[in-house]
Ligand binder design. Structure first.
Ligand SMILES: N[C@@H](CCC(=O)N[C@@H](CS)C(=O)NCC(=O)O)C(=O)O
Length: 266
């Protein structure tokens, strides 16, 4: 059964780069729907030719937007600057996927249908280990909230492993998903993870990170997520620039479908 609709993460993070939100929320939904569509129709298969693969189409009335220069919306500069504080504190842990390695190559080394950054006469070839890692069939479910440093650690690991995740925002006093965590795990503590692919559910950020690394990575955990108290302190300081945003519940409507956000935790 499809998981309940999740409200947009606060941001997700609303801010474009907020990973959490990494959200995954949407990606999870997308993965789930793709997984369902991928099921062969055995009855039809025996009597008729296979159906052509479904094509992705823009919604009716969609107009391709004009490319615009990057800019920060007026009035949002301080908000973005506050969020950027996390980058030096966390050394950009969630920015790079597992085994990321860029190299400058001759343009002829990049297939013509593949995008690559250009750098003078060179192109940037980007490689990672993710292609060799197992992918979850159904999105992993994570109950958490933005201002929680332990949740941030898990969101960084989600980014490192490039996972589809259904995030359930659980801000303080949040009436929607908090009670569910108490029901499922026995206590209101965040983050809480449920992996519907394996039936595993757990609290404790370090345990979740290790579980994700072992199950969907190569078993390694980035150094900035392995430093114990120092990891917790820097993750906590990284949330300071957001001055408490994403901690408390604001009355809201739950969207009928999970919101899709493509992002990563900086
Ligand atoms: N050792 C736990 C600590 C988790 C924790 O203390 N989370 C806080 C939020 S930052 C919490 O659940 N507080 C109770 C609440 O928000 O109701 C971990 O690493 O996951």
């Amino acid at each position: 059964m499809a998981p309940p609709a999740a409200p947009t993460a606060p941001h997700h993070r609303t801010p474009l780069f907020l990973p959490r939100r990494a959200a995954a929320t949407a990606r999870a939904a997308r993965a789930a729907s793709l997984a369902v569509r991928a099921q062969p129709n055995t009855a039809a298969a025996s009597t008729s030719a296979p159906e052509p693969p479904e094509k992705f189409k823009p919604p009716p009335g969609f107009k391709v937007p004009e490319p615009k220069r990057f800019e920060i919306k007026s009035g949002q500069q301080s908000s973005v600057l506050g969020a950027l504080l996390a980058i030096p504190l966390r050394l950009g842990t969630g920015v790079f996927v597992l085994g990321y390695s860029p190299s400058l190559v001759s343009p002829s080394e990049i297939p013509s249908d593949q995008y690559a950054l250009e750098f003078g006469a060179w192109k940037v070839k980007e490689e990672s280990k993710i292609g060799q890692c197992k992918r979850p069939e159904k999105p992993i479910e994570i109950y958490e909230f933005e201002g929680c440093p332990f949740c941030r650690k898990v969101r960084e690991m989600v980014s490192v492993l490039d996972l589809d995740v259904l995030f359930y925002p659980c801000p303080r006093k949040g009436p929607t998903f908090r009670p569910k965590v108490l029901e499922m795990g026995g206590k209101k503590q965040f983050p809480y993870m449920v992996d519907p692919n394996t039936g595993v559910a757990m609290y404790e950020s370090d345990d979740i990170i290790k579980y994700l690394a072992d199950t969907y990575g190569d078993g390694s955990v980035p150094i900035m997520l392995s430093l114990g108290l120092l990891t917790a302190i820097t993750a906590g300081l990284a949330t300071l620039g957001r001055i408490g945003k994403g901690n408390s519940y604001t009355a809201s409507r739950i969207p009928p479908q999970p919101i899709e956000i493509w992002a990563f935790e900086v």
